[in-house]
Design a protein around this ligand. Structure first.
Ligand SMILES: C[S@@+](CC[C@H](N)C(=O)[O-])C[C@H]1O[C@@H](n2cnc3c(N)ncnc32)[C@H](O)[C@@H]1O
Length: 371
């Protein structure tokens, strides 16, 4: 990196003091001894800036290090003095982690891609986020969102479609997300942990965390951590599985201590093996009085055939989703639902903005109020 680039870098990352705005430039022009340098810097700045997309620049400005630097080739970020590799446009704050290994990883990745509304022909994600946040879609437009645990990015896609700029963080699956969401203007995928986010506190318009909290080792600490990144007048949406009787007495919490020890591929094939029978059984039980309760508490299979959002899909596809979701329910290393009471206590500590907690039978939702 030559001297000019070093200077330019400081200008670009120190976003509060950008000397290239017109008024700043005019002031400097009065001082003839430095006009030459200024012109040289500004020329190089534009060249340098053009190499990186808009959202990457915004991402750099949000990092909690005013001296952060990105190498000329864009492959290494120096953050708090440490080199952070940037591959495939994704800064990697944590080691590479796939959803799983070998052939099985491929299968999982294919499924991850099929979660996208744009790819599966449903409006499942769109409707779920609208229903759970209760915010109007227009609310998202122009907002900078910290998405905690984006997975393959099916929600990221929706938030972007509603006009948000999304900084989407996850430990795993960054390359799948990047491939599916190649939007250099509005989405920055970041490989990192939501237990140790590298951003400035109180810097995001919205903190969004959907279907992730219970999968972290200590959800209370995770929630405390992520809430620090919302602006004082910003908005928050956090989802957790509910710590209710109807949730905690389900088959999965009885089976998880055993199934999470089974090798992923073996467990997946086992679920796939009994899926046709389980589809029929749950379909039949659903039609008899009390059968829905039996399905819910005792039959380890998620049959979505009756779900409105999956109506357009074939039986085969519904079964495929059921296999994957049942596998997902039986395999995570952590599944710790949070009580509404605990969520409220943590929110009260961190949020200045009015918020509400909604405890539904299966999920607990924290959201700030939008007027
Ligand atoms: C059930 S998936 C949900 C993904 C996405 N929000 C969605 O709705 O499709 C849970 C995600 O949380 C991520 N996750 C778990 N612990 C994490 C952590 N400490 N930091 C970042 N992501 C994490 C997992 O890698 C996984 O992608």
């Amino acid at each position: 990196m030559n001297k000019n680039h070093t200077q330019v870098h400081q200008i670009v990352t120190d976003h509060n003091k950008c000397i290239l705005d017109e008024s700043g430039f005019n002031k400097l022009v009065g001082r003839f001894d430095i006009v030459y340098t200024v012109v040289k810097i500004s020329h190089t700045t534009y060249e340098w800036m053009n190499e990186f997309n808009m959202i990457m620049k915004q991402f750099l400005s949000l990092l909690d290090d005013d001296k952060v630097s990105l190498s000329e080739d864009g492959q290494t970020l120096t953050f708090k003095g440490h080199p952070i590799p940037v591959r495939n446009g994704v800064p990697r704050f944590t080691p590479d982690e796939s959803y799983s290994d070998g052939n099985f990883a491929k299968l999982r990745e294919e499924h991850a891609v099929l979660q996208f509304d744009s790819k599966n022909g449903t409006t499942d994600r769109d409707q779920t986020i609208s229903d759970r946040t209760t915010w109007p879609k227009e609310f998202w437009a122009g907002k900078t969102v910290l998405e905690c645990g984006c997975g393959a990015g099916p929600d990221t896609e929706i938030l972007r479609n509603w006009g948000a700029k999304v900084i989407a963080v996850d430990l795993a699956g960054s390359d799948i997300a990047k491939e599916s969401l190649d939007d250099e203007e509005n989405i920055q995928i970041v490989q990192g942990s939501i237990l140790d986010l590298p951003f400035k506190k109180q810097s995001f318009d919205i903190v969004f965390c959907h279907r992730v909290l219970q999968h972290t080792p200590h959800p209370h600490e995770t929630l405390e951590h992520i809430l620090q990144f919302v602006k004082p007048d910003g908005a928050v949406f956090v989802h957790s599985y509910a710590r209710t009787f109807i949730q905690m007495c389900r088959w999965k919490y009885a089976l998880l201590p055993f199934t999470r020890k089974v090798k992923s591929e073996k467990l997946y094939n086992f679920v796939k093996g009994y899926a046709p029978f389980a589809m029929k059984l749950t379909g039949t039980l659903r039609k008899i009085p009390g059968g829905r309760g039996i399905n819910h508490f005792f039959i380890p299979f998620l049959n979505y055939r009756h779900a409105k959002q999956f109506e357009p899909l074939t039986d085969e596809r519904v079964m495929e989703i059921g296999v994957h979701d049942t596998f997902d329910a039986l395999s995570p290393p952590y599944d710790n639902p949070m009580s509404a009471k605990d969520m409220r206590l943590i929110a009260e500590k961190h949020l200045k903005h009015p918020f509400e907690i909604e405890e539904r039978p299966m999920v607990t939702l924290l959201r700030t109020k939008v007027s």
